[in-house]
Design a protein around this ligand. Structure first.
Ligand code: MTE
Length: 323
């Protein structure tokens, strides 16, 4: 039984109600009016950042774990966003059970010397899974603390020898109508797509997660392979990845494509830049006990508290312009 049905709470009351209604209203409006989706003109690409200070191994490791209380396993695995399986928080945990995650192939291509199609095992062969305890901050205003298992994305990407043209990395989720009931609704231009600048992708905090709480990743959390970028809003952490492509120009990304004025390409967590329709100054931490889902509201931190590790990536960039 899902957490929501166990507590008998409608999803609309769990997520901030305004945010819940607004994000879904947007999806509904776009479904009815594709023209709206096209209304945002493409932003220019930001200038390349000046070379940031290199991160010392100690600084990097300092971001690898937080001592904050973990969000309960049952909340991490029943309060999800995975629109391929529905838009309610409880939909993925019930509908994604049947997603087949083996065999799983990832196509790697674009600007690299060694492209190809790789089985999951081959893709991460020889890389020992590491535990990372990261905060996850959703753009909707809730957050969790999750113990992930995974491998640094940089260690995987280096295997394909990206060329000097690889300025960005694009990621694509599986879009299988037979396995994913949400694909029937053209709310998003499926497949779900995300992207990072190459220096963000190569950053030591960026993880390709294969598990959580010491177990293989549950389907609803993006099995068998998902991205985790802890200083960015959760929608950048794309699930169930089937393609990784090195590209020269900023790739199309799903939420930015849906509404560019509301969901930027960078989407770094930033309490000083509100979403046009709600504040990003605070968040509701999902760290409840007993039947309580949310703990108290807490202040949201710039770069989700990972500024020491990542601020250098954005030196010289106006974070309001490049939100
Ligand atoms: N990836 C895909 N393919 N589809 C999605 O709908 N939702 C994103 C992100 N990755 C999403 C996705 C959003 S909005 C968030 S907040 C996180 O996944 C949620 O991850 P979780 O369900 O594991 O907490």
């Amino acid at each position: 039984m899902s957490l929501r049905s166990a507590l008998n709470i409608p999803a609309s009351q769990i997520t901030d109600e305004t945010v819940y209604r607004e994000r879904r209203r947007l999806l509904g409006a776009l479904t009815l009016s594709p023209a709206l989706a096209l209304s945002g003109c493409a932003e220019a690409e930001p200038p390349p950042p000046p070379a940031g200070r290199p991160l010392s191994p100690e600084q990097a490791r300092a971001g690898f774990r937080t001592d904050e209380p973990l969000t309960r396993f049952e909340d991490v695995t029943t309060y999800n966003n995975f629109y391929e399986f529905g838009t309610d928080k409880s939909d993925p945990s019930s509908a994604a059970k049947t997603l087949r995650t083996r065999p799983w192939t990832v196509a790697v291509g674009g600007a690299c010397a060694k492209p190809g199609r790789f089985g999951l095992e081959e893709l991460i062969k020889g890389l020992a899974p590491q535990e990372r305890v990261y905060r996850l901050r959703c753009v909707e205003g809730w957050s969790m603390v999750i113990p992930w298992l995974g491998v640094p994305l940089a260690d995987v990407l280096k295997r394909f020898e990206p060329t000097s043209k690889a300025k960005y990395v694009a990621f694509t989720t599986l879009a299988d109508r037979k396995q994913m009931p949400g694909i029937a609704y053209p709310s998003i231009d499926w497949p779900y797509r995300e992207g990072l600048r190459i220096d963000e992708a190569m950053h030591p905090l960026t993880l390709l997660a294969t598990g959580l709480y010491g177990k293989p990743l549950p389907q609803q959390n993006g099995a068998p392979l998902r991205l985790v970028v802890p200083w960015k809003y959760g929608f950048k952490s794309i699930k169930s990845i089937v393609a990784i492509t090195f590209v020269e120009h900023r790739p199309m990304t799903s939420w930015n494509d849906l509404q560019p004025s509301e969901y930027g390409f960078f989407s770094n967590v930033n309490p000083n830049v509100d979403h046009p329709r709600w504040s990003q100054k605070t968040e509701r931490r999902i760290a409840g006990t007993g039947s309580k889902l949310f703990a108290e509201r807490i202040p949201t931190r710039l770069f989700n508290g990972y500024g020491e590790q990542v601020a250098g990536l954005y030196a010289g960039m106006n974070l309001r312009t490049w939100f």
